[in-house]
Design a protein around this ligand. Structure first.
Ligand code: IPE
Ligand code: IPE
Ligand code: MG
Length: 242
């Protein structure tokens, strides 16, 4: 598979990140601050995804990766894990058709093996339904961990029988979950923590990092604009001199 060619619009708006990755954090705190159950925060956070996708799409972003459920999130109380899986299953059912109509291509990164079968099937069918679309690529990190991704890559490389001295950075990239997706230009984390929490650890090597105290359910289109404005004035040097 090849990358889509950049449209003329990308050329004139070079300050727009091609790929934005989102650590959607703070659903629980958002709910607790209002005396509500954490799962209500997850529900509100899930509903927020729709308006945010449209805003990034309108701004000219081509790839959007959402951190929806990490390999570490299995360690939460069973009731929260079950609720999260149920809410995420519902949203796929509700949104896949309308994303498809808007030309969005849904992709998954992570493992489907530990998910309930119906949820894994729903993810597979939304990926299949939208696989020919050429609009925004919406990459959903679901049961995803950056370390697990690297372990899976190393296993596949070893199994391929390649000679150790032939392994390069490109070999590793080619064995990541979505090898054709470019590295994120901008990683946004809501709710104030300043850490990567096992997200895209290989791909984030030169990403710009933006964090805001705003909790995910309140991260509205105005917040999206603030993040994109902040990105537009960053000086990316990649280790070189300007
Ligand atoms: C992010 O919100 C959603 C997931 C991790 C699935 P949290 O549930 O982590 O919310 P806080 O960080 O506890 O507020
Ligand atoms: C990161 O948030 C994972 C997702 C947003 C899915 P967490 O709330 O799980 O991360 P920590 O525990 O604060 O590092
Ligand atoms: Mg959190």
């Amino acid at each position: 598979m090849t990358l889509e060619a950049l449209s003329p619009r990308d050329a004139v708006t070079a300050a727009v990140p091609r790929h934005v990755a989102l650590i959607m954090d703070g659903n629980g705190r958002w709910a607790e601050r209002q005396g509500r159950a954490r799962l209500e925060g997850h529900q509100a956070g899930t509903e927020n995804i729709r308006r945010v996708i449209a805003t990034f799409q309108d701004a000219g972003v081509r790839f959007l990766t959402l951190y929806a459920f990490s390999t570490e999130n299995w360690g939460r109380p069973a009731q929260e894990v079950e609720g999260l899986l149920r809410i995420l299953h519902e949203v796929i059912g509700q949104e896949a058709a309308s994303l498809h109509r808007r030309g969005v291509r849904i992709r998954h990164l992570g493992s489907l093996e530990r998910l309930p079968r119906a949820l894994a099937d729903a993810i597979r069918s939304s990926v299949k339904l939208t696989q020919q679309n050429i609009g925004l690529q919406l990459c959903v990190a679901f049961d995803y961990g950056g370390r697990a991704e690297l372990v899976d890559a190393v296993r596949a490389i070893v199994a391929s029988g390649v000679a150790p001295e032939a392994v390069t950075e490109e070999t590793i990239r080619a064995h990541l979950y979505l090898p054709d997706v470019p590295d994120p230009d901008l990683i946004i984390r809501t709710a104030g923590e300043q850490r990567i929490s096992n997200f895209l650890i290989w791909q984030a090597a030169y990403a710009e990092f933006y964090q805001t105290p705003v909790c995910w359910p309140d991260f509205d289109p105005a917040e999206v604009s603030r993040a994109l404005d902040a990105y537009s004035v960053r000086k990316r040097r990649f280790g070189r001199l300007p």
